[in-house]
Design a protein around this ligand. Structure first.
Ligand SMILES: Nc1ncnc2c1ncn2[C@@H]1O[C@H](COP(=O)(O)OP(=O)(O)OP(=O)(O)O)[C@@H](O)[C@H]1O
Ligand SMILES: [Mg+2]
Length: 481
């Protein structure tokens, strides 16, 4: 890369030789002979690198460095644990120091200087330092670009539900601190999406977000996964390996399926949450950690505590703040925005252009109880997108027939609530048609025409069903039946 390099020195000979060296290396030199001009040029020209002498007039080199350091990505965190000064200033600064000012050079490094070159220096030495600094600049830019790409890929949380938005508002408030958050909700309700969002909203967002599925490992492997191991701690441990807690240092560790964590691991974890320290497997040295913990489960932890499979003390440590994500069937107002999101998101546009959803298909989605929640909706719509010719109809949805337990989990009674009478009528026939028809007849004073209209059936078809299923066509003799 052809870089812009600002050279600051009050000695005209040194300035000229530095300027020549920079030009010779194929970069664009800028020059300043005092601290004031240096700061002005840093602001106006945004150089990639500054070669800065410490003893310069107007504003001393160290003060120039201090000001650049203060302006370099100051941390907005109010949380002491996460408040951090960036390791290097922007732009990178290489200090030029005369012999005898090494203490100053050390101070400069503490303030965020990238490196220092003692005077007198050879042009080879200078070339090496400049190349090293520019390689770091290039690396920082790559990291920035990649981070932005990853940020852009984040799954947005789509919702209009009051209840879910109240939970999300709480999650946002909690994000600012390092408080442990427990996310509860059925499978597919978005626990991981929310965990990632909490990390993204937090002052730790530039540090790693690491997820560990506690249900995916047998006990000893989970210990190794979380805490890492020392060399020689077991056969095959040929070198020290950090665990996920160490890898997440400064960031967030998401303990997914925490309810399935084995009991002995629960006590190890409790210690980490209490003392912020742990031992690697086979290690004798305590390791301190600065990690924010988030945990999630779809099992009922209170019941697990009762059954003795989950430690109560760990529960209280984890549940400093609990976010409960409601199941999709209890926030059907989210259905239209979620459908719109899944049908129109960029990764799906290639599957099927200008796709629409028929009213019948929407009704079928609306009356399905969604045991797999948003994940199931996403899968159903993705499948429909692949199969559909342009307009998604009920035949593209291939919704499974709801089981009686799914239906009983509905917040409404499918028999007596008129709004759900339409509820998956055809799918529920085997189990519920008799009850549905009987209820409709009862409500409509045993008038089959009206009952058929309410159920959305042809009158003749209803009569056929009534006959087939031997459904009574008049009120029972005893009205209390
Ligand atoms: N509100 C939402 N907006 C957009 N997408 C969502 C939303 N909620 C969930 N999803 C999507 O649904 C899928 C499942 O979400 P997620 O993995 O977070 O669920 P989960 O609660 O962790 O499920 P499990 O308990 O099975 O692990 C993901 O693809 C996610 O992007
Ligand atoms: Mg999950």
């Amino acid at each position: 890369m052809r870089a812009k390099i600002l050279v600051v020195d009050d000695d005209p000979d040194i300035l000229l030789s530095l300027q020549n060296r920079v030009g010779f290396m194929g970069h664009e030199p800028l020059t300043a002979t005092n601290g004031k001009d240096a700061l002005r040029l840093i602001g106006e020209e945004e150089p990639d690198l500054v070669l800065l002498d410490l003893k310069i007039p107007e504003i001393a080199g160290l003060d120039v460095l201090r000001q650049v350091s203060a302006a370099s990505a100051p941390s907005e965190s109010t949380d002491e644990e996460t408040a951090q000064t960036p390791p290097y200033t922007t732009p990178l600064i290489v200090i030029l120091t005369a012999y005898g000012t090494i203490e100053l050079a050390v101070q400069a490094m503490q303030l965020g200087a990238f490196d220092f070159v003692p005077k007198p220096f050879t042009s080879d030495h200078l070339t090496v330092v400049i190349n090293k600094a520019l390689a770091t600049v290039a690396l920082h830019r790559q990291v920035e670009t990649l981070r932005k790409e990853v940020d852009d890929q984040f799954e947005p949380i789509v919702s209009t539900s009051k209840e879910l938005n109240a939970q999300l508002a709480m999650a946002k408030q909690a994000a600012a601190s390092s408080v442990t958050v427990l996310l509860l909700g059925e499978t597919g309700t978005g626990k991981e999406v929310v965990a990632r969002a909490i990390h993204r909203w937090s002052p730790r967002s530039a540090k790693p977000f690491i997820a560990v599925n506690c249900a995916a490992f047998p006990e000893n492997l989970l210990e190794n996964e979380l805490f890492g191991h020392e060399k020689g701690s077991f056969t095959g441990a040929i070198k020290r390996e950090p665990g996920k807690i160490e890898i997440a240092e400064g960031g967030t560790l998401f303990l997914d399926e925490i309810g399935d964590m084995p009991l002995t691991m629960q006590s190890h974890l409790l210690r980490v949450l209490q003392d912020r320290t742990f031992y690697r497997v086979g290690g004798t040295q305590e390791v301190r950690t600065n990690v924010r913990f988030l945990a999630a489960t779809n099992i009922n932890l209170k019941q697990a505590i009762h059954q003795g499979t989950f430690r109560e003390d760990l529960y209280f440590r984890l549940a400093v703040l609990t976010i409960a994500l409601p199941p999709l069937r209890e926030r059907m107002e989210d259905l239209p925005v979620l459908i719109d999101h899944f049908l129109n998101r960029p990764s799906n546009v290639g599957l099927c252009k200008r796709v629409t959803l028929s009213d019948e298909a929407f009704q079928a989605l609306r009356h399905y109880p969604w045991p797999g929640n948003v994940r199931e909706l996403e899968n159903v719509l993705t499948r429909a997108l692949i199969l559909c010719p342009g307009t998604i109809g009920p035949e593209h949805l291939s919704l499974p027939a709801p089981t009686p337990s799914m239906i009983s989990a509905l917040p409404v009674d499918p028999v007596s609530d008129p709004d759900v009478l339409f509820f998956s009528y055809h799918k529920c026939m085997d189990t519920y048609s008799q009850k549905l028809i009987e209820a409709a007849l009862r409500r409509n004073g045993w008038n089959q025409t009206k009952a058929a209209a309410e159920l959305g059936l042809q009158r003749t078809y209803l009569t056929k069903l009534v006959r087939q299923k031997q459904i009574p066509v008049k009120p029972p003799a005893n009205p209390s039946d």
